[in-house]
Design a protein around this ligand. Structure first.
Ligand code: C2E
Ligand code: CA
Ligand code: CA
Ligand code: CA
Length: 278
């Protein structure tokens, strides 16, 4: 609700505290935490490096528990073991759609916002309908949002992934392949699904200025994206030099601490308000 978002303001700019919780505690309080809207998206800007304009956001989950935020690495592996990731992903997606709805009601035009969907979500019956229902219930259009998926590791999931993407694409959704190049099937995935965006993994961005081989690989990924008429965005850009190198190689879109860390709803509102993000 609204009071929650106000609280976020207090924490913006300060270092977010982290806390280590026991697995069983997390599982025990998870249902109540979901009901109380303790899981909330932070928004990381996606920037066009050439113009400095804001072109999108990625929604990244944070758990506001008691009086502080907990990062996903502290709870995602535990929820994953218990099969609870789909509940989390749908909750974050719903909160993200609600945020977009509020921005539109304020007269703002938020850019497309991507949400992360785990491969585990593919096993939820009718997950595609559930995603579409959330969009509809919030009065949004399918091009207000974007779905991020990582590469599949298992053949059984692979077929399911293909139908998942196909169904959502038919309904007008944007699909991006997250952490591209780190999985087992990057090229075969590009062959089998019609994704819209390739996200170059941070591990490539990290090495791009230091290692020629990485630069060559990244350049090749960019070429593939361009030839397939896909967008390409680099994640984890931390320095000006990395950004410059990416632009030289033909990638204009980026996400990373150099531009902005993920921010709360209030700060994201200010960013949308000021429109360009130089
Ligand atoms: P990801 O999807 O690859 O998200 C990018 C992560 O890199 C985020 O960490 C982001 O804060 C961080 N990051 C962005 N720019 C930089 C940078 O310049 N430097 C560094 N060092 N890090 C940067 P975060 O938010 O802690 O999320 C970690 C992972 O947790 C995500 O990786 C994603 O796999 C998962 N995750 C986060 N939210 C969700 C969610 O709602 N659902 C699911 N299934 N997974 C999520
Ligand atoms: Ca992601
Ligand atoms: Ca990623
Ligand atoms: Ca990554």
């Amino acid at each position: 609700g609204k009071s929650r978002l106000k609280q976020d303001v207090v924490y913006y700019g300060k270092e977010l505290k982290n806390m280590v919780m026991q697995g069983r505690d997390i599982i025990g309080i998870f249902p109540t935490a979901v009901k109380n809207h303790e899981f909330t998206p932070f928004f990381q800007p996606k920037v066009d490096m050439k113009t400095g304009k804001l072109v999108g956001f990625e929604a990244l989950c944070r758990w506001f528990h008691e009086d502080h935020y907990i990062y996903p690495d502290q709870f995602i592996p535990i929820l994953d073991r218990e099969g609870l990731i789909p509940k989390l992903d749908l909750a974050i997606f719903d909160e993200t759609c609600k945020a977009i709805k509020r921005w539109k009601e304020m007269g703002l035009t938020p850019p497309r916002i991507s949400s992360n969907f785990s491969r585990k979500d593919l096993f939820v019956p009718k997950i595609e309908s559930k995603i579409l229902k959330v969009i509809e219930e919030n009065g949004l259009s399918t091009d207000d949002v974007e779905i991020e998926i990582t590469e599949s590791t298992k053949d059984v999931e692979y077929e399911r992934l293909i139908t998942f993407v196909k169904t959502l694409k038919e309904n007008g959704l944007f699909i991006s392949i997250d952490d591209f190049g780190t999985g087992y099937s990057s090229l075969s995935l590009l062959h089998n699904i019609d994704a819209d965006v390739i996200k170059i993994d941070k591990s490539f961005t990290d090495m791009i200025t230091a290692d020629d081989k990485t630069a060559i690989l990244v350049e090749s990924i960019i070429t593939i994206a361009q030839r397939l008429k896909m967008e390409v965005i680099a994640e984890g850009v931390e320095t000006k030099e990395q950004g410059k190198k990416l632009v030289e190689l033909g990638c204009n879109l980026a996400q990373g601490y150099y531009y902005s860390k993920p921010v709360d709803y209030q700060s994201a509102t200010e960013i949308i308000n000021s429109c360009d993000y130089a």
